[in-house]
Design a binder for this molecule. Sequence first.
Ligand code: FAD
Length: 389
Amino acid sequence: MTDADRVVVVGAGIAGASAADHLARETDAEVLVLERGAAPAAETTARSGAFVGFWGHESPACVPLLRYGIRYYGRLLSTAGSRVRFVHGGRLRLATTPAGDADVRADFESAFGRTVAGSTATATKGAPVQYLSGDTLDETLVLPGLATDEVTGALYSPGVGYVDDPAALARTVLDRARAGGATVETDTTVTDVLTDGGRVTGVRTTEGRRRADAVVAAAGPWNRRLLDTAGVTLPVRNTRGPMLVLDTDEHGLPALYHEESGVYTRQNQDGSLFVGHFPGQYEDASVLDPDSVGDDVPDARRDRSLDVLGRLCPGTRGASVVDEWVGVRTVTPDGDPVLGPTDVDGLSVLAFNANGIQYAPAAGRLVAADVGGFDPGFPTAGVAFDRLG
Ligand SMILES: Cc1cc2nc3c(=O)[nH]c(=O)nc-3n(C[C@H](O)[C@H](O)[C@H](O)COP(=O)(O)OP(=O)(O)OC[C@H]3O[C@@H](n4cnc5c(N)ncnc54)[C@H](O)[C@@H]3O)c2cc1C
């Protein structure tokens, strides 16, 4: 993908928007974004918790990509009239059993290559991360409404915040791409990636064929299906991302993640609380058809999530669920994103491990660098498609 003159980007979520923005501003390519929906960013991106920041467990391959994304969002959201807000507040990963505390502590030790001696330890990866034993939590942070006596250990990541409206974020990025010359066509489904002699020649869509010198698969959980049409196997799996929105008038807390159950929260500025569930990584995932996943959170899942939340934050018991949805995450075998060229000449993919809001800016930069033949400014081998064998 060195001298591409027309690049087709499939999908207008945050990944496609970022790819289009970088391609339009940093290369001479003619950029065409094809989105099957009636509007951009109405799928995984709209259903996201949208946390961005250093959590502490980033791999060496991901650290420079995240630095790039943080700087990109900082600048983007500084522009006058931005309709998107970044909300700080930090994130608290909480264990409530001795085994959970041992896991939290072991993760801290392996992430930072040092032993926790005593009841607190602080280390820095991009931003600081602090290990706190259960009995030091309530003398370190003011946490009204949190049952701190239940907590056996915690990791506090003050650098983590969230984008309040990830769909609006993607639309803002897409507007920049349009201003840079990109074209966006909605209501257009790509049915096949067309190749000839191992090289991309275009795409077949519900609206006819489109010629392309390069194609970027930015179709979220539909990427696997899309790449199949070009004979490329993307070895990713999926998990369901159920989200409940609770109407509470509790105090604001950092975002919470409960180690033993995978239940997490996002405290919104309007007082509402997102309550999500993270079921685990690749080993706990399966291949899902994203079109078969509806927006109703199953009753058993809802009951378990609310039960955990009620134990951690007793004041939320009885709060009403005012909205809910289920998104489909993509997860990769080694937990890092899969970004850039595939085995087919001219065909790239942007696939994330459940954290595409964080890594979309770097993904866009990587694609533009590949098309434009310049150095993206960070190493890419650790996130390359071919590392998966
Ligand atoms: C519940 C939940 C919580 C999350 N929390 C976070 C978080 O805190 N932080 C974070 O960084 N990430 C988080 N994520 C992950 C993040 O939301 C995703 O990684 C990211 O939104 C993926 O963006 P995308 O553009 O790749 O996919 P999508 O947003 O799904 O966009 C893909 C687009 O491609 C279109 N498309 C698909 N097939 C075709 C086709 N054949 N032709 C044309 N168009 C097509 C779709 O309609 C869609 O608009 C979360 C995800 C979920 C589900």
